[in-house]
Design a binder for this molecule. Structure first.
Ligand code: ZN
Length: 254
């Protein structure tokens, strides 16, 4: 009896602690089943991320799941339609201790059709940077084609805790992020620019994500991100899983 308990706990220790730094859990057909399956395979933390007023409410509800923490915000794609929802974020955060960040927020030059579209995105983004500052919460950044402008605005608002979701920058961009004490999140999509970014910075400033179900299929696809980093950094997948999970916990105070 004693022996079997001991060997069971050894087995439990051998399972790496996985975490998914960016998941659209509310978009799954059955979010609870996705969480249960991930937990059964070693998942310890999922950051469920919002983006619209409706998503944010669903994310807040999903934090009832033990390993799920919420990130709420108005994403660039909803800057026009949901700008008014920015004012309800404060109450949403105050009502739920498991909401641990504002996101995903930022600028998306690919969806902007006119310069005034970017002006609207920028205004919504800056209002949320101010809110995150006031609430002393980290921000989760969505950036497509807007890296320099986003860095300028993060500096302007003196942001201290910033995670770049689906980091698309090159090596020198990654170094700029690292210099400020920010972190990058690596999706399960490999390309030469991403390899360069991973190579350029300390592994302690990297976390992993799936952006599922949009990009990865389930939170467990973080394994593909871990395998990519493992090859570049020459660190075992198990150790990397632990390092990235530790970084995520320290960064979001969870
Ligand atoms: Zn996303």
């Amino acid at each position: 009896m004693y022996q079997s308990t001991a060997s069971l706990s050894r087995m439990a220790q051998a399972v790496a602690e996985l975490s998914d730094a960016h998941c659209h859990l509310n978009l799954f057909d059955d979010p609870k089943a996705a969480v249960a399956d991930a937990m059964a395979h070693g998942m310890k933390v999922i950051l469920a991320t919002g983006g619209s007023g409706k998503d944010n409410l669903q994310v807040s509800e999903l934090t009832a799941e033990e390993i799920v923490f919420g990130i709420v915000g108005i994403a660039p794609d909803f800057a026009h339609s949901d700008a008014r929802s920015v004012s309800s974020l404060h109450a949403l955060v105050k009502a739920n201790k498991k909401i641990v960040g504002i996101g995903e927020i930022g600028l998306d030059f690919k969806i902007a059709k006119t310069p005034s579209d970017i002006d609207v995105q920028r205004e919504v983004f800056e209002r949320q940077l101010a809110l995150a500052g006031e609430l002393e919460l980290p921000v989760v950044i969505h950036s497509r084609g807007g890296f320099d402008e986003i860095m300028r605005l993060l500096d302007k608002h003196k942001m201290k805790r910033v995670m770049f979701h689906f980091f698309e920058g090159n090596g020198s961009d990654a170094i700029e992020v690292e210099k400020r004490g920010y972190i990058i999140s690596v999706p399960p999509v490999e390309n030469s620019k991403r390899r360069e970014a991973i190579r350029a910075i300390d592994v302690k400033n990297i976390v992993v994500e799936t952006d599922s179900p949009v990009v990865g299929k389930t939170p467990l696809d973080v394994k593909r991100s871990l395998e990519m980093i493992s090859k570049i950094k020459d660190i075992g997948v198990e150790e990397l899983a632990q390092t990235t999970t530790d970084t995520l916990r320290e960064f979001f105070y969870i």
